[in-house]
Ligand binder design. Structure first.
Ligand code: NAD
Length: 258
């Protein structure tokens, strides 16, 4: 069997949190094109349903959308119950939902700090833990968390200490779980994108003036596109990455090199 055939995900079952739009949507499209059934997990259920329909129309795989707040344990338990009821197994989990707040450290309130940590770090913990429980029972599974280059470098000029701290946390959480599960068939890796054009970066009016600055700083002179994360997502999801665990993949057009 050739490498492209080996990379296919036919018959696998995956969930993608924050899958309704942006990076999560691009990942969902990619793994569906590779043959996996896809569960779109999001707080924006209307958009999640639209994305699920679009993907099943494009690829023919089975898709469902589940209204889930990744910070809520009951929601996450319910999501797993629905997936097991519909598909009977879970092979691949993308814990991707995240938000960013640009606020000076000395002005940020405790609630603002906690909101970012809750979604970006605790949400990844809850959803990857829930996935791991199923996968450890199965003796097989792949978990992929979305971290960020902000887990490695400090973005400038905008202040975003809670985001940077949350993403550094995701990278270490990923490695910790990878080591705990290594001998039991469950792999855990993270993807650390650089600036990618999505609602997170493009839709917020206060970020628009920053985009020119980021592009000036960027070795490739531009932001990335969500589709530029699709190949690494398919690789990490499937069996050709069986020797890959506890790794963080920086896909940032060289941004964090200096
Ligand atoms: P986005 O805002 O376009 O999409 C995020 C999705 O997550 C949305 O569909 C939103 O409804 C969902 N979501 C938010 N809170 C949720 C919650 N509590 N429970 C469930 N779903 C929730 O953002 P994006 O740019 O696609 O970002 C996706 C991930 O990639 C995030 O973790 C983000 O930090 C990370 N990331 C983004 C960039 C970038 O430049 N865009 C760079 C590095 C990392």
């Amino acid at each position: 069997m050739g490498i492209m055939e080996k990379m296919r995900l036919d018959g696998k079952v995956s969930f993608v949190t924050g899958g309704a739009r942006g990076i999560g949507k691009a990942i969902s499209i990619a793994i569906a094109e590779a043959g996996s059934h896809v569960v779109i997990v999001d707080v924006d259920i209307d958009e999640a349903k639209k994305t699920a329909q679009e993907i099943s129309g494009l690829t023919g795989v089975k898709t469902i959308a589940i209204n889930t707040d990744v910070t809520n344990q009951a929601d996450v338990d319910n999501m797993i119950a629905i997936i097991l009821n519909e598909f009977g197994k879970l092979d691949i989990a993308f814990c991707n939902a995240g938000i960013c707040m640009n606020l000076p450290a000395e002005e940020m309130t405790l609630d603002q700090f906690k909101k970012v940590i809750d979604i970006n770090l605790t949400g990844v913990f809850l959803t990857s833990q829930a996935a791991a429980k199923v996968m450890l029972r199965q003796g097989k599974g792949s978990i992929i968390n979305t971290a960020s280059m902000s887990g490695h470098i400090i973005n400038v000029p905008q202040p975003q200490c809670s985001y940077n701290a949350s993403k550094a946390g995701v990278i270490q959480l990923t490695k910790s779980m990878a080591i705990e599960f290594a001998k039991r068939g469950v792999r855990v890796n993270s993807i650390s994108p650089g600036y990618i054009g999505t609602e997170l970066t493009l839709k917020s009016p206060n970020l628009k003036p920053l985009i020119e600055k980021w592009n000036d700083m960027a070795p490739l002179g531009r932001m990335g596109r969500p589709d530029e994360l699709q190949a690494i997502a398919v690789y990490l999801a499937g069996d050709t990455s069986d020797f890959t665990t506890g790794s963080d993949f920086i896909i940032d057009g060289g941004f964090s090199c200096f």
